[in-house]
Design a protein around this ligand. Structure first.
Ligand SMILES: CC(C)(COP(=O)(O)OP(=O)(O)OC[C@H]1O[C@@H](n2cnc3c(N)ncnc32)[C@H](O)[C@@H]1OP(=O)(O)O)[C@@H](O)C(=O)NCCC(=O)NCCS
Length: 185
């Protein structure tokens, strides 16, 4: 496989064609939810601030979105700044060849450059192993109170995964529940 060309872009620097390219990738990778990404809509819930995109032949084949936000570590762990990561996707035709691992490594580099202490992902159980293989750590027994893509508030028991960026994981605050008061990416 040709190595992808990687870019890191702020949301307002992307034009409609770039969003359409990413939206097409997301609808291929999230096939059961492809309707969400119609009409060049390259987001499902919150819009990322920053996107990491890998392209082959000018076409997006790998993508992750990042938004910086504070999580509240409940009941009394204070606030923690994270790079909240979502819309992680590799084109089905390019999966299983290390592209996802390369993508998440780039995301962590971006978080370090941004001086964000930690990366954070809440992921489906089916992909926990992918994040673990990429060096992410599951927070055991931690639930996430969140606003979903339908603007509903709910408590999620899916794996909450973190990665050290500007700070070591030992600095992660104690928490039984993390409140993410913005919509998920
Ligand atoms: C999850 C996804 C990004 C993985 O991309 P990929 O390019 O196939 O992943 P890689 O080839 O880089 O795999 C890296 C490692 O993760 C493992 N892995 C990949 N997908 C996995 C999964 N679903 N479960 C467990 N392990 C997985 C690989 O075996 C590999 O392990 P190794 O380093 O020990 O060989 C891709 O399958 C995808 O886009 N899925 C649909 C969208 C999605 O579910 N995104 C995640 C939302 S949170």
């Amino acid at each position: 496989m040709t190595d992808p060309r990687w870019t890191v872009s702020w949301e307002t620097d992307l034009d409609a064609a770039a969003h359409a390219d990413v939206a097409a990738l997301l609808s291929r990778a999230y096939a059961r939810q492809s309707a969400r990404f119609s009409d060049g809509r390259s987001w499902a819930g919150a819009r990322p601030e920053l996107r990491v995109v890998g392209r082959v032949g000018g076409v997006a084949v790998a993508h992750a979105g990042v938004v910086r936000r504070f999580l509240r570590a409940l009941p009394d762990g204070g606030d923690v700044l994270v790079g909240d990561v979502g819309l992680v996707a590799v084109d089905p035709g390019h999966q299983g060849r290390g592209l996802g691992a390369a993508l998440t490594a780039r995301v962590v580099d971006v978080l370090v450059d941004l001086d964000v202490p930690f990366g954070f992902v809440s992921c489906g159980p089916a992909v926990e192993g992918f994040y673990r293989a990429a060096g992410w750590t599951r927070l055991p027994g931690v639930t996430v109170r969140l606003v979903d893509t339908h603007h509903r508030t709910r408590v999620d028991t899916d794996p909450a995964m973190v990665h050290a960026a500007g700070r070591p994981l030992s600095a992660w605050p104690p928490a039984r529940e993390l409140a993410r008061d913005g919509q998920l990416v």
